[in-house]
Design a protein around this ligand. Structure first.
Ligand SMILES: [Zn+2]
Length: 171
């Protein structure tokens, strides 16, 4: 969701919540995902990015950590090998569901759910790294995980992350 006057990403919401805001005329569609949500009687186009009609004052804050947020921040790209959806890995075309959230300092060793301790990793790299630090596993981070300055709106279906990218600033 984008704030009505400053167009900053302000939150992560679900598809039904986004549609409720649109039906209540509280938001406008910025990007469509090209997908549809069907109910018994209707068919709604599913947005990937919406903007609130009226300005709401949201204090600048550090984005709330979430697994989904990590995947979106990293554009579903493995921080160890660069694999992303659509790339062929071991004879299989990777899907978004093959990208996982890796704890750089493993949780079993006290690693926390923090933006700087987590990154997108393909299943294969995550499995290979296991409960080790990257250097112990002979693996390198392609980039340094950072804390996003604001929260993302991620609609869980469709083109959310790509469409969203131009609205996101990462410190
Ligand atoms: Zn990988």
């Amino acid at each position: 969701m984008l704030n009505g006057s400053t167009w900053e990403p302000i939150s992560v919401i679900t598809v039904p919540r986004a549609i409720n805001l649109l039906l209540a005329d509280k938001a406008i569609v910025v990007e469509q995902s090209g997908k549809f949500l069907r109910t018994v009687s209707s068919r709604f186009p599913v947005p990937s990015v919406i903007a609130l009609r009226t300005y709401i004052n949201v204090p600048r804050r550090r984005a709330h950590w979430s697994r989904k947020g990590v995947l979106v921040r990293d554009n579903y790209t493995c921080i160890y090998c660069g694999a992303k959806p659509g790339v062929v890995q071991r004879g299989k075309v990777l899907a978004r569901s093959d990208l996982t959230v890796d704890h750089i300092l493993p949780r079993s060793r006290g690693g926390k759910d923090h933006w700087t301790n987590t990154a997108c990793a393909c299943y294969s790299c995550n499995h290979r790294k296991s409960n080790r630090l990257p250097n112990e596993a002979g693996m390198k981070l392609i980039w340094e995980p950072k804390t996003p300055r604001t929260s993302y709106l991620v609609i869980a279906i469709g083109s959310g992350p790509a469409a969203w990218k131009q609205y996101i600033e990462i410190e």
